[in-house]
Ligand binder design. Structure first.
Ligand code: HSE
Length: 380
């Protein structure tokens, strides 16, 4: 039996337990062996849960049990999650994670620790919820030099923007609904201010470009500044407003990356990515553009990716998946403001979309003296 312990019994952790039960035969066939959920670690009490007999509070029980082979970290955040991940890897257990904050900040170190201990650290669920994206980048697209990745990486903000566009919902009502559906982060400002999307574009860039991109180096703007007026003006001109994360590998091997709201032409496939769905475009030098689409958040979609990693860890118990990236440094970044694009600018007097690609500096000069109310890139 391949023993599993889940750390954190929140939306994702409970979804993992549910999927393991629901699809147990199929999962055992995929892993070529029986899997057993042995423990669920959480500081909270769940007296009415069907899993109450598995719930414990002390992580050291998991750490010291030789029959636990994989630890599933769905705690979130860095502190305790990082400590438990390190301890599990050092104890010779593979770790599967949905924790984008931890992977984006410390993935490089944790992958090295996994390597040192001959185990795996897998985190497909950390980007795009249920969408297979990290494995395709590292395996199916491995023959390519990846030049650019961009897309809708946060389900909560896409849900809010879609509700504002389609239903005329207020920002607050749409956020409340996203929270009720279990899409939002514990602190939803991480979603709204683009921080969650920033972590995800960093993980995508780490795997695609091979060097650690620190989230602090990525200019990040969320959706707070998007108004109902912007949504309406964009619609009149044939665009939808979407929060995109983008990372570009430049010719000199520097990387330009940012997160910001964009005007997306309605005929672009990303404009059709609605609600909690995510859409991610990967541009490779052999394949061209490939797009990945699916549920970017939510209990069962995210659990689907976590359980797939558990199956992979079971299949690779005695071998390592070759995932890694090198340390990065701030001088590997080039200012994303230098990436040319068309811009949507709204001032108190006028709104227009520039005819030709322009840099932000040119736009700033053209609008000097006017109060700029909104300034968004246009996706071409
Ligand atoms: N809060 C995240 C989102 C959850 O809305 O996309 C999935 O990472």
């Amino acid at each position: 039996m391949y023993g599993i312990a889940i750390l954190g019994f929140g939306v994702v952790g409970s979804g993992v337990a549910e999927v393991l039960d629901k699809n147990s035969d199929r999962i055992a066939r995929g892993a070529s062996r029986g899997l057993e959920l042995k423990y669920i670690v959480d500081v909270r009490d769940f007296p009415d849960s069907p899993y109450r007999n598995l719930l414990i509070k002390d992580f050291s029980v998991v750490e010291n049990d030789p029959d636990v082979h994989v630890v599933v970290e769905t705690i979130g955040g860095v502190g305790v999650a990082q400590d438990f991940t390190r301890r599990a890897l050092k104890a010779g257990k593979s770790v599967v994670s949905s924790n984008k904050e931890l992977v984006a900040q410390h993935g490089c170190e944790l992958l090295a620790l996994a390597k040192e201990n001959g185990v795996n650290y897998l985190f497909e669920a950390s980007v795009g919820g249920g969408i297979p994206i990290l494995r395709p980048i590292t395996q199916c697209l491995a023959a390519n030099k990846i030049n650019e990745i961009y897309g809708i990486l946060n389900g909560t903000t896409n849900y809010i923007l879609t509700s504002m566009i389609k239903d005329g919902a207020s920002f607050d009502d749409a956020l409340r609904q996203a929270q009720a559906n279990g899409y939002a982060e514990a602190d939803p400002t991480s979603d709204i201010d683009g921080i969650d999307a920033c972590r995800k574009i960093c993980i995508l860039a780490d795997l695609s470009f091979g060097r650690h991109m620190n989230p602090e180096w990525v200019k990040t703007v969320g959706i707070r500044a998007v108004t109902a007026d912007d949504v309406a003006y964009a619609a009149q001109s044939g665009y939808k407003i979407k929060l995109l994360g983008r990372a570009v590998s430049n010719d000199d091997d520097t990387v330009s990356a940012y997160v910001a709201p964009h005007l997306v032409p309605t005929e672009n496939l990303l404009a059709g990515v609605e609600g909690v769905m995510n859409g991610i475009v990967v541009r490779g030098n052999a394949i061209g553009d490939v797009m990945f689409y699916g549920a970017g958040a939510g209990k069962l979609p995210t659990a689907s990716a976590v359980v797939a990693d558990i199956i992979d860890a079971a299949k690779h118990e005695h071998s390592r998946k070759l995932i890694s990236w090198d340390e990065g440094a701030p001088d590997m970044m080039r200012d994303s403001a230098l990436l040319e694009s068309r811009w949507y600018v709204r001032t108190e007097k006028t709104q227009y979309i520039t005819e030709k690609p322009q840099s932000k500096a040119v736009i700033d000069a053209a609008f000097a003296g006017l109060e700029v109310l909104s300034l968004f890139r246009v996706l071409d």
